[in-house]
Design a protein around this ligand. Structure first.
Ligand code: DOR
Ligand code: ZN
Length: 344
């Protein structure tokens, strides 16, 4: 049955645009739909000061539609210049700050290995009511890849929250039912949920003697019970969860069938459509707007957008690759049928 819906224009509160030709290729997949996007600062040279943030914002504005607003968090690291950080937060050059535990994911080697060394920056965020965005995984030799989120919550996040109770936190790309419950039960914390964590389980990634690198991301997708918990959190009107695709392109040559592969799933060519499909499957299409367009701005104290987008229920197939100059990236959902489409 054909069906059209109209929703307030969404925002993507977590997306990777990269740099150079890749940035030129991917930015418009996000700006075609979203009014605002949080552009992740784990670029080749991470965005650690106000100059880098301002020039990155300009690059993104130039590569995208006129009315698109990129928001750039500062990449946290113990060596940041404290005064530059304070100015960037106070003047909103930075959209809060992003905590990458070191070596948890792509370009995180400059991240944080000892949380106590960044407390001076967290103090400023708390004072200025500016958000802390977190890649919530604890990485250690004795921690299983599937347990990283739980260990981060228990060992690091609980500690941060105790020390900075008023700090506004976003637990990015929540991937477990444990994470969902933690966000639900605690104050001043919300979570983003990706489409892929609501569509895949570890069986889609870990094959008999190889991995499918196009389904490999951090945090890795988990069990059916986790997928169901994430769908419930997103779809049934829980105001603490909102849209963050974590669309993360890598050239195909970086994708290998083992754990040396770059993690990241490139979903922006179909992300809003996949969210619509998931909500529809859950008989919750009427809640799509709250998740995509209302909960995020509420958490961040931003105005709700005053423009709208239309989605039609109609079948189409996602193409296999996105390409530009000599870059080729495998699209998430390549060659698969999708039942919703943005109407332009
Ligand atoms: O899978 C991921 N890819 N997770 C992240 O947190 C980072 C991202 C990337 O930048 O490639
Ligand atoms: Zn990410």
């Amino acid at each position: 049955m054909n069906k059209n819906i109209e929703i307030i224009q969404p925002d993507d509160w977590h997306v990777h645009f990269r740099e150079g030709d890749m940035l030129e290729m991917v930015t418009n997949f996000s700006s075609r739909i979203n009014k605002r996007c949080v552009a992740m600062p784990n670029t080749e040279i991470p965005i650690t000061d106000t100059n880098k943030a301002s020039s990155y914002k300009e690059l993104l504005e130039r590569a995208s539609n006129n009315n698109f607003i990129p928001l750039i968090p500062c990449y946290l690291n113990e060596n940041l210049d404290l005064e530059d950080f304070r100015t960037g937060i106070q003047n909103k050059v930075f959209f809060g700050s992003k905590l990458y535990p070191s070596n948890a994911t792509t370009n995180s080697s400059h991240g944080v290995s000892d949380i106590s060394k960044i407390f001076k920056f967290l103090e400023i965020l708390e004072e200025e009511k500016s958000p802390l965005l977190i890649h919530g995984e604890k990485v250690a030799d004795n921690i299983d890849i599937f347990d990283r989120e739980k260990y981060f919550i228990d060992d690091e996040l609980s500690f941060i929250r105790k020390k900075f109770p008023l700090l506004k936190i976003t637990l990015e790309h929540v991937s477990t039912s444990y994470g969902v419950n933690y966000v639900k039960e605690n104050e001043n914390i919300a979570g983003t949920i990706t489409p892929h964590h609501m569509l895949l389980t570890k069986k889609d990634v870990f094959l008999d003697d190889a991995i499918n690198p196009h389904h490999f991301c951090m945090p890795v997708v988990k069990n059916e019970t986790d997928l169901i918990a994430l769908r419930n959190a997103a779809c049934y009107n829980n105001s603490k969860f909102f849209l963050g695709t974590d669309s993360a392109p890598h050239p195909i040559q970086e994708k290998k069938p083992d754990l040396s592969s770059k993690p990241g799933i490139f979903s922006s060519p179909c992300s809003i459509e996949l969210y619509a499909e998931i909500f529809d499957e859950e008989n919750a299409i009427d809640n799509l707007e709250i998740f995509c367009s209302i909960n995020g701005p509420k958490h961040y104290n931003y105005p709700i957008n005053d423009t709208k987008i239309k989605l039609e229920k109609k079948e189409w197939f996602m193409s296999e690759f996105s390409s530009y100059k000599d870059i080729q990236v495998k699209n998430f959902y390549a060659n698969k049928k999708i039942n919703w489409k943005v109407a332009y």
